[in-house]
Design a protein around this ligand. Structure first.
Ligand SMILES: Cc1cc2nc3c(=O)[nH]c(=O)nc-3n(C[C@H](O)[C@H](O)[C@H](O)COP(=O)(O)O)c2cc1C
Length: 207
């Protein structure tokens, strides 16, 4: 007879059980239509491993690069792609997520979402959440270097920074568009680390 069958069962299990810590937070992970969108899968996975509740909100274009099913599986939560996914609740799901979020992290963030956020547009759930939440916002841009350095993007980034939005990256390197230079998504491990830092900050509210 086995002395400790419980231990035996744990040994046999190939899965590592991830337990939510007491200080588990809700992170809304926004994913937009960049070639770097595939890296959001690893990022979602890291944030879950860090013990957080992760809710992915994708733009329509992001779904051309990575499937909601992948992100739903890795985040262990439903993925929001449209306002009209929200038919089960009287309370709009995007407002619920905006209120619940301890952090809104958009990675990768396209030039387009940066422009939308700078101008306060709310044409899809991710942009609406960015307007409605009072949680800190962290953007990890990824784009062609000329797009990043264009005065329109520079102005939009400055505008967002002046409102307390934080940025990580982009970094320099070989870009998918064939150019070498600034524009690559920052390393996902570092993005997850910065997210953790912002969540731990005592004054994690912006005006
Ligand atoms: C193959 C491909 C790769 C792209 N990569 C980027 C990118 O890295 N960054 C970016 O800002 N736009 C990129 N775009 C353009 C965006 O997909 C486009 O601006 C889109 O409207 C962004 O929409 P969204 O911000 O709502 O997701 C790419 C387009 C294609 C077809």
């Amino acid at each position: 007879m086995r002395k400790n069958s419980k231990l035996g069962a744990e040994k046999a299990s190939p899965r590592k059980v991830v337990r939510l810590r007491n200080n588990a937070k809700t992170i809304v992970l926004g994913v937009t239509g960049s070639i770097a969108a595939y890296k959001s899968a690893e990022l979602a996975s890291l944030l879950v491993k860090q013990g957080h509740q992760v809710f992915v909100v994708m733009t329509e274009d992001a779904a051309e690069f990575i499937t909601p099913l992948t992100l739903q599986t890795l985040s262990k939560n439903p993925v929001m792609t449209s306002f009209f996914d929200e038919k089960e609740n009287w309370r709009p799901g995007h407002i619920e997520l905006a209120d619940r979020a301890s952090l809104l992290l958009i990675a990768p963030a396209t030039a387009h979402i940066i422009a939308e956020l700078a101008h306060g547009l709310a044409h899809h759930p991710l942009a609406a959440i960015a307007l409605a939440t009072r949680a800190p916002i962290l953007l990890a841009p990824a784009m062609n270097g000329k797009m990043w350095l264009h005065p329109a993007t520079v102005e939009n980034v400055e505008k967002l920074k002046s409102r307390g939005v934080e940025f990580i990256g982009p970094e320099e390197g070989m870009l998918a568009c064939g150019y070498e230079g600034i524009g690559r998504l920052w390393k996902v491990e570092d993005i997850a680390f910065r997210a953790e830092f912002l969540l731990a900050r005592p004054e994690n509210l912006i005006a």
